[in-house]
Design a protein around this ligand. Structure first.
Ligand code: NDP
Length: 335
């Protein structure tokens, strides 16, 4: 069983030298356990935060242990009556080829129906990132039909789901993404009304002018994944009583400061800004996953994936994602 461990914690920017590849034997199964062969691993921005030892909402990833994370795969051996060889399952198997799972641990394993939804999408649109978009849109932004909502990192796992959910509620959806290819995809494949390439703008004032053209009625709700210049530009266009779901600030995950230039606009526009962590809202998961599964199953949401091949490719793919080199949900394919 090949595994990737966190070997040491990053000092500043994370690098490939923080990880180590090892090979171990999988232990024999005890009663109640199943052996899962992973087909895909999920690479997510939150893993960067957990590589640090700082106090946060999640406990740090232990050094010397397998990198933790979501996985989907197939049961290849079972000593649990409810799981049979061949069952497709989702779990938190981590960066390794196989995992031994105590199947009765709450939340440890979930059976998947792959008839209408490709298995890897359970790590993206029909998984944690999709529910994240749902929570921010439905529970924090609470848009009405006809209102304008915006999202940064629009072509990514969370952003793409946000667009489909917003369109389903009759909103005008405007994305912000890096580069012409991502923006083209956001409009043509994901069905956003417009998408702005933030990379062609040198500052927030310039980006906010582009936002004014794309959002002629102003912005009623914004879903923030990045922070910095993008958030500044959006603040300049928010309508009174607008809502901002603060989901991620990836521009600062290596420890960079990300100053907020116009905090006074929060006051003058009576904005509501709320941060949230999706795993603290398990009550919305069933409802969200049902809607997201239908959107993907019916082709209304066609999520794109960046697929890295083989476990050895995981660290570089992960580091690349933190720099925006992914295009859609970043996964690692193992078989
Ligand atoms: P994505 O698939 O969106 O990948 C990350 C994207 O972020 C990149 O492709 C890039 O897109 C963009 N990006 C990276 N660095 C920068 C930068 N310096 N400036 C601007 N954009 C940058 O990842 P996810 O969809 O998985 O996650 C999106 C966000 O949601 C992250 O911030 C993540 O931490 C957060 N999140 C929060 C959760 C919560 O519970 N609060 C749960 C899940 C995710 P581009 O090229 O367009 O810039």
């Amino acid at each position: 069983n090949k595994q990737i461990l966190l070997d040491n914690r990053p000092q500043g920017e994370a690098s490939a030298s923080n990880f180590k590849l090892v090979t171990t034997e999988t232990p024999p199964l005890n009663e109640g356990e199943v052996l899962v062969r992973h087909h895909y691993l999920s690479l997510d921005p939150y893993m960067r935060g957990r590589m640090n030892d700082a106090k946060s909402y999640a406990v740090p990833q232990p050094v010397g242990q397998v990198m933790q994370g979501g996985s989907v795969g197939e049961v290849v051996e079972s000593r649990h009556p409810k799981y049979a060889v061949g069952d497709k399952v989702q779990g938190m198997g981590g960066w390794q080829e196989y995992s031994v799972v105590k199947a009765d641990t709450p939340g440890a394993l979930r059976k998947l129906d792959t008839t209408h939804v490709p298995i890897s999408h359970y790590l993206g649109a029909v998984g944690m990132p999709g529910v994240t978009a749902f929570y921010g849109l439905v529970k924090i932004i609470e848009p009405k039909a006809g209102q304008t909502v915006t999202v940064s990192a629009a072509s990514g796992a969370v952003g793409s789901a946000f667009g489909a959910l917003a369109k389903a509620r009759g909103c005008r959806a405007v994305g912000i993404a890096g580069g012409p290819d991502k923006c083209k995809y956001v409009v043509e494949e994901l069905g956003f009304d417009a998408c702005i390439d933030y990379k062609v703008h040198k500052d927030a004032a310039s980006l906010s002018k582009a936002l004014r053209d794309a959002c002629p009625d102003g912005i009623d709700g914004h879903f923030e994944n990045v922070g910095g210049m993008v958030l500044d530009a959006v603040l300049l266009r928010m309508n009174a009583f607008g809502r901002i779901a603060l989901c991620g600030m990836i521009a600062g995950y290596d420890g960079q400061p990300i100053p907020l230039s116009y905090p006074q606009l929060i006051l003058t526009n009576r904005l509501r800004i709320q941060g949230f962590i999706v795993s603290e809202h398990m009550e919305v998961w069933p409802e969200a996953l049902t809607e997201l599964g239908t959107l993907v199953g019916t082709g209304k949401l066609r999520p794109r994936e960046s697929v890295a091949e083989g476990l050895e490719a995981a660290p570089e793919a992960f580091l690349g994602m933190l720099k925006g080199r992914n295009f859609g949900k970043q996964v690692v394919k193992l078989v």
